[in-house]
Design a protein around this ligand. Structure first.
Ligand SMILES: [Zn+2]
Length: 254
């Protein structure tokens, strides 16, 4: 494994004090897909870039609107009308020029999902609707790629790190998803949840700490309170249920 350069040792000095040089090298070799360049995706991408994740692919179909600016911290007023993925990539590169950032201006589903996750080590869910989440989470599960789920509404948020063959899948964790709609949100909630998602990614990359893979972590900013909800596999689940699990044993996309 290539050693860190002197510049990297200096840049990540305070983080290396936590995860070690070996951990920092592992972060540098971890390839992230950040799905969505909205509130969650912006926060997650910013902290992932600062942490030194060596490769970040970020996908979003939209252009920046004025209403995004209460929470999407990579964008400025002058960016209104520009594509989110490209603008986010430029901001991330300005933050950390030593990492690779690949913007993809497309919606989940219009780009083949398996192509999108090919070569990816960890997926961070910054999406705003469950049909797209299920599409991506199902593919990540089948390909053995961890999927760090995050969702927000108002003062509330939730995070779960779905590790294929270990955790229940997203369909078991959220069996009754809310309908697709414009979600009310304060910016700090996306900040908190996006940061927790990157904390999970750092743990996965380095082996430090314990991932949130056997429960759903819930955040209630209105009372400054967090909670843990036990999650379980639904036996008949067509993604992670027992029969499907046995059929898929050994099946892993390269
Ligand atoms: Zn399932």
């Amino acid at each position: 494994m290539a050693a860190l350069s002197n510049e990297q040792k200096e840049r990540y000095k305070r983080q290396i004090a936590v995860v070690g040089e070996d951990g920092q090298e592992k972060i540098g070799k971890t390839r992230l897909l950040i799905a969505g360049a909205g509130g969650l995706g912006n926060t997650a991408a910013l902290f992932a870039a600062m942490a030194g994740f060596g490769s970040i692919r970020i996908i979003d179909p939209d252009r920046i609107e004025e209403t995004n600016l209460n929470r999407q911290l990579l964008y400025r007023e002058a960016d209104i009308g520009r594509p989110k993925a490209d603008t986010a990539a430029k901001a991330l590169h300005a933050m950390n020029s030593s990492i690779d950032v690949e913007p993809v201006t497309a919606a989940i589903g219009t780009t083949p999902v398996r192509d999108l996750i090919r070569g990816i080590d960890v997926v961070i869910d910054g999406l705003d609707n469950y049909p797209a989440r299920f599409l991506l989470a199902d593919a990540a599960w089948k390909c053995g790629i961890p999927f760090i789920h995050g969702a927000v509404e108002g003062f509330y948020g939730q995070v779960c790190t779905i590790i294929p063959k270990i955790s229940p899948c997203l369909r078991c964790i959220v069996p009754n998803p809310p309908p697709v709609r414009e979600t009310p949100i304060i910016g700090v909630t996306t900040g908190i949840i996006g940061c927790v998602q990157v904390t999970e990614a750092i743990k996965l990359a380095t082996g430090s700490g314990i991932p949130t893979s056997d429960h759903l972590w819930l955040w209630d900013g209105s009372r400054q309170k967090s909670d843990r909800l036990k999650i379980e596999r639904i036996p008949a689940c067509h993604i992670c249920g027992k029969d499907e699990y046995q059929i898929r044993a050994g099946e892993r996309m390269s």
